[in-house]
Ligand binder design. Structure first.
Ligand SMILES: Cc1cc2nc3c(=O)[nH]c(=O)nc-3n(C[C@H](O)[C@H](O)[C@H](O)COP(=O)(O)OP(=O)(O)OC[C@H]3O[C@@H](n4cnc5c(N)ncnc54)[C@H](O)[C@@H]3O)c2cc1C
Length: 437
């Protein structure tokens, strides 16, 4: 049995701890704050609204992930699937919302794209296999395969809604490696998607009290409870293992010895870790990974104050439409218990790498700037009855061009300093599904 130390009790730290326990190891998890869950923060407000600070949905995209969730009794009974009426996503064009679903038929039949662009998409199926010797941006990759209109009106808003990023900066190799594989194997991405269609039917889920239920359920199953409000004072190599000097609210400062250490902190926190000087000099410059700021603004209205039927998941805005916000979720349509009766909860995302200066901790300013768009897009002309905001000064890691070289530096560090592992959303994928498995 190995003794494992894990730094950080976000979803990555908790799932790493859980898996290590299943392997029969003894695990100790150290968390700086007074709660587990990290970026997963669900809040039930007295007014009856239920908000999320960060992630709003978890994509169940494999039976393995589904089994994992169902292995927690408390989650099984609290599991909620998104309302089937929210299958449509909307894309904004000229202040009109165009419904679209993530299927080739929906894209090809939607009036969002001009006929010429739709023909270009169909002709992609004839592309010949291609091996590239250099990475390229998502923007260049998608323009080459499906043309500019597709990239501007589908890929650009999709990347804003997932990475809070821009396709012109992101690396194809790191964000969608499977698409490069399809290109190598079939030439056509469409062909690759059709031939590799999973038999698993994806589900978008959350829990009755929000996504925070997930980290709480995992923490409750661990043999050694996460040590909260802990402060790591020193990290150094000790023979084949590692030594950490740690103090917490309940424990005086003392030395702990581990066979293996896992760092699950967000990249922008890693440079603050107190590595011994000789190790620090070899540590990759994690602070160089961009995490653009994002404001997550939750607002509530009486149903009668919204003219749009909100008959979908929400909407995304292509950059070419020049709006201050990236898009909005029809949150209480996706999960009806998020708003009191006869009210709706909407969530807007502002900032990202497209417009970092628009994100702000000043809620009044955000509401003021958003008002004209809400009037035009959703027919909302009154002040919200409920307002809650979370400003993320650093949100989601951007896998920009050159990210592979950065990952190589992490591998070099892990080779040199055996039994130390960096795991986090800058490496295994940004989504919760990727963080869990
Ligand atoms: C605005 C926003 C919206 C998102 N929406 C979605 C979505 O809808 N769906 C989806 O799948 N994903 C979404 N994501 C991404 C997803 O939420 C994150 O990738 C994931 O939660 C990150 O988990 P983590 O454990 O890697 O990091 P974190 O959640 O950041 O956890 C790290 C933990 O380390 C702790 N810590 C920090 N410093 C120290 C230290 N020195 N010592 C000990 N502990 C420390 C922190 O307190 C924290 O608890 C979203 C993210 C954001 C920001």
């Amino acid at each position: 049995m190995a003794k494992i130390g894990i730094i950080g009790a976000g979803i990555k730290g908790l799932t790493t701890a859980y898996k290590q326990e299943l392997l029969g190891n003894e695990v100790f998890l150290f968390e700086q704050s007074d709660r587990v869950g990290g970026a997963l923060v669900s809040k039930q407000h007295d007014s009856g609204y239920l908000t999320e600070d960060g992630a709003h949905t978890l994509l169940l995209n494999s039976s393995e992930l589904e089994r994992f969730i169902h292995s927690f009794d408390s989650l099984k009974s609290s599991f909620i699937e998104s309302n089937p009426l929210t299958k449509n996503r909307f894309i904004l064009k000229n202040n009109n919302l165009y419904p679209i679903q993530p299927t080739p038929t929906s894209v090809l039949t939607s009036k969002l794209l001009p006929i010429k662009s739709r023909l270009k998409i169909i002709s992609e199926i004839f592309k010949k296999p291609k091996i590239r010797d250099t990475d390229l941006s998502l923007k260049d990759f998608f323009i080459e395969h499906f043309g500019e209109a597709f990239t501007d009106y589908l890929i650009n808003p999709f990347i804003a809604g997932t990475y809070a990023g821009q396709p012109k900066y992101l690396s194809t190799e790191n964000t969608f490696p499977s698409l490069l594989n399809y290109e190598r194997q079939y030439g056509s991405i469409l062909k690759g998607l059709i031939r590799n269609k999973s038999s698993f039917k994806n589900k978008i889920i959350s829990f009755q009290s929000g996504l925070s239920e997930l980290p709480i359920a995992i923490a409750a199953k661990l043999t050694n409870k996460p040590i909260l409000e802990s402060q790591i004072l020193d990290i150094s190599k000790e023979n084949n293992g590692w030594k950490m000097c740690i103090k917490s609210k309940e424990l005086p400062s003392s030395d702990w010895y581990f066979d293996e250490l896992y760092c699950t902190l967000p990249a922008f926190k890693i440079s603050q870790l107190p590595f011994a000087d000789c190790i620090k000099k070899d540590c990759p410059k994690f602070e160089s990974i961009d995490h653009p700021p994002v404001s997550v603004l939750s607002v509530g209205y009486h149903k009668s104050e919204i003219q749009h039927p909100l008959n979908g998941f929400g909407y995304l805005i292509p950059e070419v439409e020049n709006k201050k916000h990236l898009g909005g979720l029809f949150t209480s349509k996706i999960f009806p218990n998020r708003a009191p009766e006869n009210h709706e909860l909407l969530t807007f995302f502002i900032g990202g790498s497209r417009s970092p200066e628009s994100a702000s901790s000043d809620t009044d300013k955000l509401i003021y700037e958003l008002a004209p768009s809400l009037s035009k897009i959703l027919g909302i002309n009154s002040k919200p009855r409920f307002i809650y905001q979370r400003f993320w000064g650093q949100s989601i890691p951007q896998y920009n061009l050159g990210h592979s070289q950065f990952l190589n530096r992490i591998t070099d560090f892990e080779k040199k300093y055996e039994n130390f592992f960096f795991v986090g959303n800058y490496k295994q994928g940004i989504s919760l599904s990727q963080s869990i498995l």
